[in-house]
Design a protein around this ligand. Structure first.
Ligand code: HEC
Length: 111
């Protein structure tokens, strides 16, 4: 009986280890789609055509304390100066996905 429980627990933890990157990959793919529709006009290749110095490069995000999914999601949700808020246009899930995508792209230097 004890063995069975241990095996079950092991199986469960294995599922968790495999599941996490898969969920993330799906989320990033969804974020890429959202980005192409809603953000690319101003932020193509991580730039910013309105305010070039407020770009989505990792150094800039770090400097502006926007190098976390939550911080980016907050900005996207509520908007900031010339960038409008997206909470009426995107769902919570879409905002989180696009934020995860932005952070990942920034970490990859937008390649
Ligand atoms: C109409 C052009 C426009 C669109 C479309 C737009 N943004 Fe922005 N974005 C801006 C401007 C302008 C700023 C600078 C705001 C400020 O003054 O801090 C900005 C800032 C940002 C920043 C902070 C950058 C920094 O280093 O301070 C992030 C992150 C960001 N946008 C993500 C997004 C995402 C994700 C989307 C799509 C959901 C999006 N933006 C759509 C214009 C736009």
């Amino acid at each position: 009986m004890k063995k069975l429980i241990i095996i079950c627990l092991l199986a469960l933890s294995l599922i968790n280890i495999v599941k996490t990157p898969m969920v993330l990959a799906v989320e990033i793919a969804k974020g890429a789609e959202v980005f192409q529709v809603h953000c690319v006009a101003c932020h193509a290749r991580g730039g910013n055509i309105v305010r070039w110095w407020k770009n989505l490069k990792i150094g800039t995000l770090k400097k502006n304390k926007l190098d976390s999914i939550d911080a980016i999601a907050y900005l996207v949700k509520n908007g900031k100066s010339n960038m409008s808020a997206y909470q009426d246009r995107l769902t919570e899930t879409e905002i989180k996905a696009v934020s995860a995508y932005v952070l990942k792209q920034a970490e990859n230097d937008w390649h």
